[in-house]
Design a binder for this molecule. Structure first.
Ligand code: FAD
Length: 237
């Protein structure tokens, strides 16, 4: 359930308000949402210092989308095709072609996905002799465990809870996104260091694994480190 508001109660605990009106009180809060989602949440004054909140909201995200196309029979030869903003690669084992959209081409919606698919077809038909005949692509549902028979796509920049794919260090953010600080034997990015020992930040963007940014490894590293930091904090109480 989307979090919409974070405030503080008189007893110092966090009061979380969710989109369906549910309210939860918690002594410790871990924000594991992408930076792009912070603008949709109302943080009461003082929860996150203004300058920090502004810097978090400025973290940039990649713009990518995919349409996956199943092949009934494997192509004789597989080719990786590269256009200006659209590329494709073929998974031989699963007989699936991934059409990968970047930049403005990634901004398709359920209404415009068929146009985006058509835009890529001339390039891909040139590379694959047995490219499947046109079946309108389905826009994937944000649900786990579903399966699709035909082409299916999704645009992460248009997902209101992602608003992009993975974080990156944009020009001018080299210092703010690489500075680190050590607290109680754990290292944190300074921007995402815990606040008041009860507000923690997790997610790939907070990771200190600088050689694998924007990955599952980075996300897991942050989660494990924040769990350790909270355990350490609880031991000190
Ligand atoms: C197309 C694509 C391909 C990728 N390929 C790879 C790959 O091959 N290898 C790899 O290692 N990594 C890959 N990644 C990156 C990897 O998926 C991410 O780095 C990782 O999932 C980030 O984890 P996270 O927990 O930081 O964020 P997320 O997995 O994005 O989790 C954040 C969660 O916060 C939720 N949220 C947002 N706003 C709110 C709100 N207001 N209230 C409540 N919840 C909210 C979101 O719904 C989401 O569930 C890929 C990512 C994309 C988009």
């Amino acid at each position: 359930m989307p979090l919409t508001k974070v405030s503080k109660n008189n007893n110092g605990a966090f009061q979380l308000t969710f989109q369906n009106g549910t309210e939860i009180e918690t002594a410790i809060l871990v924000l594991a949402i992408p930076c792009s989602a912070y603008e949709s949440i109302n943080f009461e004054d003082g929860i996150i210092p203004d300058q920090k909140l502004e810097a978090i909201q400025k973290v940039q995200y990649g713009a990518n989308a995919k349409i996956i196309v199943p092949f009934a029979t494997a192509p004789a030869a597989t080719t990786g095709l590269v256009g200006d903003e659209i590329i494709s690669f073929f998974d031989q084992a699963q007989q699936l072609l991934t059409v990968y959209y970047t930049g403005t081409t990634s901004l398709f919606s359920p209404q415009t996905i068929a146009n985006s698919y058509n835009q890529a077809r001339p390039m891909i038909e040139r590379g694959f002799e047995n490219y499947p005949s046109f079946t309108p692509p389905i826009y994937a549902k944000d649900e786990a465990g579903l399966s699709y028979d035909g082409p299916v796509g999704y645009s992460w920049p248009n997902d209101p809870y992602a608003k992009g794919t993975y974080s990156y260090i944009a020009k001018g953010q080299e210092n703010v996104l690489t500075a680190t600080v050590e607290e109680n034997d754990e290292v944190f990015k300074t921007l995402f260091a815990p606040l008041h020992q009860n507000l923690y930040f997790a997610g790939e963007h907070t990771s200190i694994l600088f050689d694998v940014p924007g990955t599952m490894e980075a996300a897991c590293e942050s989660g494990e480190r924040i769990a350790r930091a909270i355990l350490q904090r609880l031991k000190m109480l």
